[in-house]
Design a protein around this ligand. Structure first.
Ligand SMILES: [Cu+2]
Length: 342
């Protein structure tokens, strides 16, 4: 009897284990709106990408700020006009052999980082070229009718113009707010909205990092994680910065499914401004924890040159792609500060 049970347990262990391990690599077939059929395994790989093999360039996105088309209203107020086009039928190879149906603002995940100065009028012409209804919901202060929740914009060319005064100062996410909300966000309809103070922040080498995850096998769990969409990208392509130069990172956590994310910096500590709304930092730390759409501004300078990791200290996330390197170069005399906010 004991022998029989042992055999049964042994068999059940042997049987259960392969089923569990195979689930990771099981192929899923996915049909897009246009009828294209793609396969994905959901496996997480650590590929050596180059800018020629990714459709989205995380290095370009990092320091790309869209200040809009600038003009002045009669009373002298600055008007900034942007166009954001939604789509929900693009397929992107996010890791070798892993295709994902991305829903995009202006063709990328994340969408463009739009930027204004507090008090400017922001006018966003939104065009929905997708099949589904979409909106843009901006975090920040604006009238109810500009909130992008109760005014879904129809697909196939639907339009809406969002207009509001930029504020408050800080870093804010924007995202689609059509139900089921989780689905619209997870597929990639989000971006960053920076509101600069009227009195400019000190000059710095500025960058944007959107922490995100992609569920490539559609089981409502993320298969990989990243800073700016492509896993491991900044590990294989270190971000070049200089010693003794102020670095300012606008960081936004857009990971769904997992309750928290975090940001750990090696060999240094950073000043942290939650939501960026205060000009006085709240923390001096090497670790912040972020829940959904939580964000802030990090500032630091490296004293010593060399290679330094930055990554989620939720180690599972870093092992599945949310990891990068700063290559700190000796600051050559005469290096000019990069000025932003114009
Ligand atoms: Cu949507």
């Amino acid at each position: 009897m004991i022998l029989a049970i042992t055999i049964l347990i042994g068999i059940s262990v042997i049987m259960i284990f392969p089923i569990g391990s195979q689930a990771q690599t099981e192929e899923n077939i996915f049909v897009t709106h246009s009828g294209a059929v793609v396969k994905t395994t959901g496996e997480v790989l650590d590929p050596l990408y180059t800018s020629a093999t990714v459709e989205f360039d995380p290095m370009e996105y990092l320091r790309d700020f869209n200040y809009g088309r600038i003009s002045q209203l009669e009373d002298g107020t600055v008007l900034r006009e942007y166009t954001i086009i939604a789509n929900d039928d693009e397929i992107m190879e996010v890791s070798p052999g892993i295709f994902y149906n991305v829903w995009t603002f202006n063709g990328t995940v994340p969408g463009p980082t739009i930027r204004a100065t507090e008090g400017d009028i922001v006018r966003v012409k939104f065009i929905n070229n997708g099949e589904k209804e979409h909106t843009i919901h901006f975090h920040g202060i604006h009238p109810a009718g500009m909130d992008g929740v109760f005014e879904p914009v129809g697909g196939n060319g639907g339009q809406f113009v969002y207009e509001f005064e930029a504020g408050p100062v800080g870093v804010h996410p924007y995202h689609c707010h059509v139900m089921p909300l989780e689905e619209h966000i997870v597929h990639g309809l989000y971006g960053v909205f920076i509101v600069d103070p009227k009195e400019e922040r000190p000059p710095a080498d500025e960058m944007v990092m959107v922490l995100n995850g992609l569920d490539t096998d559609f089981d409502t769990e993320n298969n990989f994680y990243a800073a700016n969409t492509i896993p491991f990208y900044y590990q294989h392509h270190p971000i070049q910065i200089n010693t003794n130069e102020l670095i300012r990172i606008y960081v936004v956590n857009m990971v769904e499914f997992d309750p928290i994310n975090n940001f750990h910096l090696h060999g240094n500590l950073y000043k942290y401004y939650p939501t960026g709304t205060d000009i006085v930092p709240s923390f001096y730390t090497d670790m912040i924890t972020l829940s959904q759409t939580e964000r802030g501004i990090m500032e630091f300078e490296y004293q010593y040159p060399g290679k330094y990791l930055f990554h989620a200290h939720k180690v599972e996330f870093s092992e599945k792609g949310w990891v990068g390197i700063f290559m700190v170069n000796e600051n050559k005399e005469g290096t000019e500060d990069v000025k932003y906010g114009s």
